[in-house]
Design a binder for this molecule. Structure first.
Ligand code: NDP
Ligand code: 2IT
Length: 447
């Protein structure tokens, strides 16, 4: 239920952003959490902080022409939404996926504002991407696309302005091509302009692993708060991309048994536990579909398509593929099968109905803004290393990440407690992230 004033703000968001359903969903979830904050802090409403936060500071949409290996010309659309720079330069990834349109970029950029606030690090919120589909494209085609994309984007970004990174469809390969083109156009080795770089050209240890590892650390904290741990628990992770693979790796190190993961073609059930070396070989090195994993793994592993991954019984679920992948029905099934904790590796993977089901059943539910913040937090550490021309060891960087995730977990619980909603990580994350941004905006005047 929305507070009366918030309800009129929400109606305005619907009217001003027609058809952008994912953006509407992300705004509504935050507005549902911050009602109690407005009671304690009338200055936020007086200064129209919420109305200002819901309107991006700047939205850039551009044409991206490129040529495939056969010489055919393609036209894609590029986006960068610079949402909020109260806490620092706009910071957030780039997504290359055919489903990308303005509403997806705005939902992700909006989430990013609060997530980045919650990390306690000096980064604002932004997001970008394109409807380009990298699947089945050669390295050279991906390079030509990235070069064309950066040929427009470069004029809008910079280490003090806006710092992109990866997201779906954008990994180290793409970041390399993007940084290469930025460097070439500007004639500046400005390492801090993009994060997720390779280690040979200014990248940071643990950035590749950070989102998945961070999510596992966050779930570990939630399990500890319930008086238990990962040890021996059955875990299901959706996706098999960057976030999923490293979530699986850390869960295994913490003693959990990951019995299933997925991609857009289906899921693999592997009762002995996912063979991570094989998964990395199939998905990261060879860029195959997940069915190939099951074929090579042999006995005991099965590939299933056309059914929901969430039918696999587990005690911990870590949705790490895409938005709205756990419906209310999926959540009911998970609860019935004994799931006690959910950590969102992806952004907004659980529908509002799904969240309600989990919370009513007493499942520890860690929303993406908190649980997957390790990725962007480690990006901020990469920026820090670039600014001081330093590079830290893997062990030190991982330790920093673990401390950051522990702090975020603690802050969520503390804010939830403060507003009378003990154990509600969704409210805690939204309230803490919102207050940090709102306070900075108040101090900065009418921006
Ligand atoms: P990747 O591109 O590396 O992997 C994405 C995975 O999700 C793939 O297995 C992909 O399957 C699957 N997937 C993507 N879209 C769909 C879809 N529409 N339906 C079913 N499966 C899908 O991306 P990441 O691992 O980087 O990102 C995963 C999620 O984590 C996203 O929500 C992203 O926003 C979020 N995130 C990422 C961070 C990062 O640092 N990379 C940081 C914080 C959040 P297939 O290959 O078949 O398409
Ligand atoms: O959703 C996210 O937080 C990311 N894709 C990572 C953003 C970043 O700037 O590292």
């Amino acid at each position: 239920m929305l507070h009366e004033r918030l309800s009129s703000i929400y109606d305005n968001v619907l009217r001003r952003n027609p058809g952008e359903i994912e953006f509407h969903q992300a705004v509504r979830e935050v507005l549902e959490s911050i009602g109690p904050v407005l009671g304690k802090h009338p200055e936020y409403a007086e200064s129209k902080i919420i109305e200002r936060i819901c309107e991006p500071e700047r939205q850039i949409i551009f044409r991206v022409p490129w040529e495939d290996d056969q010489g055919e010309v393609h036209i894609n659309r590029g986006f960068r939404v610079e949402f909020n720079s109260a806490l620092g330069p706009y910071k957030g990834g780039l997504r290359f996926h055919p489903s990308v349109y303005l509403g997806i970029v705005k939902f992700l950029g909006f989430e990013q504002i609060f997530k980045n606030g919650l990390t306690g690090l000096p980064i604002g919120g932004g997001k970008g991407g394109s409807d380009f589909d990298p699947k089945g494209r050669s390295d050279r085609e991906v390079m030509r696309f990235c070069q064309s994309f950066m040929t427009e984007l470069y004029r809008h970004i910079g280490e003090y302005t806006d710092v992109p990174a990866g997201d779906i469809g954008v990994g180290q390969r793409e970041v390399g091509y993007l940084f290469g083109q930025y460097k070439r156009i500007t004639n500046r080795y400005e390492s801090g302009v993009i994060t997720g770089k390779g280690l040979s050209y200014g990248g940071a240890q643990v950035r590749t692993e950070a989102t998945g590892y961070g999510c596992a650390f966050f779930v570990d904290e939630m399990l500890k708060a319930r008086g238990t741990s990962f040890d021996g628990r059955r875990v299901v992770v959706s996706g098999s991309g960057n976030v999923a693979v490293y979530a699986i790796e850390k869960v295994q190190q913490l003693g959990g048994v990951v019995v299933a993961c997925s991609d857009s073609s289906g899921y693999v059930l592997d009762e002995k536990g996912i063979d991570l070396d094989l998964l990395k070989q199939v998905k990261q090195v060879e860029r195959h579909r997940l069915g190939v994993y099951a074929e090579r793994r042999g006995e005991g592993a099965a590939f299933v398509s056309g059914q929901s991954l969430w039918e696999v019984p587990c005690e911990v679920a870590m949705p790490s593929a895409t938005q709205n992948e756990i419906t209310g029905r999926d959540a009911e099934l998970l609860v019935r099968n004994g799931c006690v904790a959910v950590g969102e590796g992806a952004n907004m993977p659980t529908t509002p109905e799904g969240i309600r089901v989990f919370q009513e059943a007493g499942v520890s539910f860690g929303p993406g803004k908190a649980a997957n913040a390790g990725g962007v937090a480690t990006s901020a550490l990469e920026m820090q290393q670039n600014a001081s021309r330093d590079s830290w060891t893997f062990e030190f960087s991982e330790q920093r990440l673990q401390t950051i995730m522990r702090d975020i977990h603690g802050r969520c619980l503390q804010s939830a407690d403060e507003y009378g909603l003990p154990g509600n990580y969704v409210a805690g994350a939204n309230i803490d992230g919102f207050k940090r941004v709102a306070d900075a905006m108040l101090s900065l005047g009418l921006i």
